[in-house]
Design a protein around this ligand. Sequence first.
Ligand code: PGA
Length: 350
Amino acid sequence: MSSSTEQTHTPAAAMPDYLIRHVTLRQLQVFESIVRLGSFTRAAEELFLTQPTVSMQIKKLADSMGLPLFEHVGRNVRPTEAGLELYQSCRKIFDTIANLEMKMADLKGMKRGRLRLGIITTAKYFLPTVLGEFCQNYPGIEVALEVFNRHRIIERIIANEDDLYIMGQAPSDQLDVEAFQFAPNPLVVMAPRDHPLVGKKKIPLARIAEEPFILREPGSGTRDATLKVFGQQGLRPHVRMDLGSNEAIKHAIVGGLGLSVLSLHTLILEGTDGPVAVLDVEDFPIMRQLYIVYPRTKELSLVAHAFLEYVLDNESRRRKRMQKLWPQLAKYLQNEQPAEGTARKKKRRD
Ligand code: PGA
């Protein structure tokens, strides 16, 4: 509960209403220059103004103050007592404005600011590391990171809820977006390490369709891509359960509940020699890419721009990291062509 005595607002009466309405910052700038240089002529030169303009500005300022501001001493001028008072105030006003300008420059210079990211579940396996590196360069930046499936990310783009989005496949067919590829996102078939199919070569997809299968929830891009590949061969996986979390699916695989298709990124911590094995299946991996996306009409903040640049500049590092995680990836990456309309491009701010 707040009472009127707790109010912290500056009372309206403290506003110098008369001066605000009659005095301009330009007049004060002209006045300050004359006092500092001791001459109307030099002030006019410094400010690239004509002398009549300078004289007029000072006349208006003196009228607003209600007192003369200068007296003539030979060819020069010097401030009156009122002029000296005004000069002190001018210094304070200009110091405050310079300070404000610096703070704004800091904000623009990204020493401070907020970055809002909406990312698909797959990106949460590496994005915190990327953010960690980025924030070392820009320690004042506050990051809000939200993780959703593809369907929810598309809703967030439409509602303009974040600065940038990370997706597996640009939604260019549905939305007018800028989209930049920045990392491979292969979807692979996963099995428990002791499964009889582990180590077999070129397993037909029909064989996988016989196994119990764990599928991501409706709305997931991983799910859609997986069902599409099965559908292209006239197959359907033998779905035992839908699960809304990559981590839960990995545990379910290890627990023997079934096979699944997930992004290779989900194995980033334990690697491909851990309890979850990657199977060699025909038509796999599904070679998707991760995209950093934003609506084409959106004016990116400087922080968002810097992050976009940072992510794109580190593309090859991420590619190498994925190849180290799963060396077979190299041969698929060689055959990779950027999808039409989504070729990687870089945007730089001048
Ligand atoms: P998902 O995103 O979290 O919706 O499965 C992954 C993707 O679209 O590749």
